[in-house]
Design a binder for this molecule. Structure first.
Ligand code: NAG
Ligand code: NAG
Ligand code: NAG
Ligand code: NAG
Ligand code: NAG
Length: 290
């Protein structure tokens, strides 16, 4: 049977150990303050020659000086961009990205780590990683960037004696898109159509100019030219409203409408934590083993 003294001793020891563990946990959090923070990345396809946005957001931190944003691309030795201590730090930037990247310094405090990529090139396609460290912890997210060329078509009517020829033209596409036309009469009936589409290589040797003709079209029907590839889809609608009394070439109205949509993929997000995080677990264990 244990004496009262021994019971006292063991319960005191237990209390001390528990207190030590609690204190160690608090200190652990205090010293490192590191845990994983939420970082999310997203984007839409880049259009060759234009500016693209690689989107990235993180849990905001009021301490600007502690925020480090690093953009890296799989297969590229240097960094894409680094932002630290409130400004760009481009010593480790890969030459491929020189002069083409922007992080929005005034937006960083609000949790915006997005990167603007200028003069997008076909070769910019790939996997990018946005890593963010703040005083609260760190995290990273990955996105897949796709590049190509896409543009809104222009639809026009060429009127000859026999009827209307529709003309759909878009200046820049890559990869080579498919073109098809749909046609609906006022009654909603689908009309037959035979288009003549051609592609012409633009001077920069990558993108194609797309031209498609649709002959012998009917008045009062809506025709849609659809240009589509793996990264974008564009449509151009046209309707020629003609009076049946005056079939003269000038007596008709044209209604037009165009749209351009990019094909978005789901982006994957991953969260990771710094090695510093282990302090949180190690410290209490060290104290307990004293
Ligand atoms: C980040 O800031 C830029 C520049 O103001 C803006 O275009 C972009 O939409 C912002 N992104 C997010 C996710 O807020
Ligand atoms: C398509 O265009 C080619 C070349 O301009 C021409 O030879 C051909 O007859 C056209 N076909 C149709 C269906 O208009
Ligand atoms: C375009 O490509 C062709 C063949 O691939 C090449 O001969 C030509 O020099 C290129 N032109 C330009 C402007 O790059
Ligand atoms: C074309 O539109 C004008 C003004 O909207 C209208 O006055 C005219 O009757 C229309 N013509 C036809 C053929 O629909
Ligand atoms: C086209 O529609 C207009 C008014 O919507 C009508 O006046 C005209 O007769 C129609 N023309 C043809 C060729 O059906």
């Amino acid at each position: 049977m244990a004496s009262q003294g021994q019971v006292m001793f063991w319960s005191m020891t237990t209390v001390i150990i528990i207190l030590a563990a609690v204190i160690a946990l608090i200190i652990g959090f205090g010293i490192s303050g590191k845990r994983s923070i939420n970082v999310a990345a997203f984007t839409s396809p880049g259009n060759i020659g234009q500016s693209g946005l690689l989107g990235c957001t993180f849990e905001p931190d009021i301490w600007m000086g502690s925020i480090v944003i690093r953009w890296a691309k799989v297969g590229v030795a240097g960094l894409v961009h680094e932002f630290r201590e409130g400004k760009d730090q481009l010593q480790e930037q890969d030459v491929v990205f020189q002069g083409r990247t922007v992080v929005f310094a005034d937006q960083v405090i609000g949790g915006n780590a997005s990167l603007e990529l200028r003069e997008v090139q076909l070769s910019d396609a790939g996997t990018y990683r946005c890593s963010v460290t703040t005083s609260r912890g760190s995290g990273a997210a990955v996105l897949r960037y796709r590049t190509g060329a896409f543009s809104t078509p222009r639809v026009q009517v060429q009127t000859s004696g026999s009827g209307h020829t529709l003309h759909c033209e878009a200046p820049r596409w890559f990869p080579r898109p498919t073109v098809h036309w749909t046609a609906y009469s006022e009654a909603g009936k689908c009309l037959p159509h035979a288009a003549n589409t051609s592609y012409e290589l633009n001077s920069e040797n990558i993108t194609l100019k797309v031209v498609s003709f649709l002959h012998d079209t009917t008045a009062n029907a809506t025709y849609t030219c659809v240009i589509e590839n793996s990264i974008a889809k564009a449509t151009g609608n046209i309707k020629v409203t003609a009076s049946s009394h005056h079939s003269s070439a000038t007596d008709f109205n044209i209604t037009r409408e165009t749209s351009l949509h990019v094909v978005n993929l789901n982006t994957e997000s991953v969260s990771s934590s710094l090695p510093a995080c282990h302090w949180m677990l190690l410290l209490p264990m060290c104290l307990l083993s004293i």
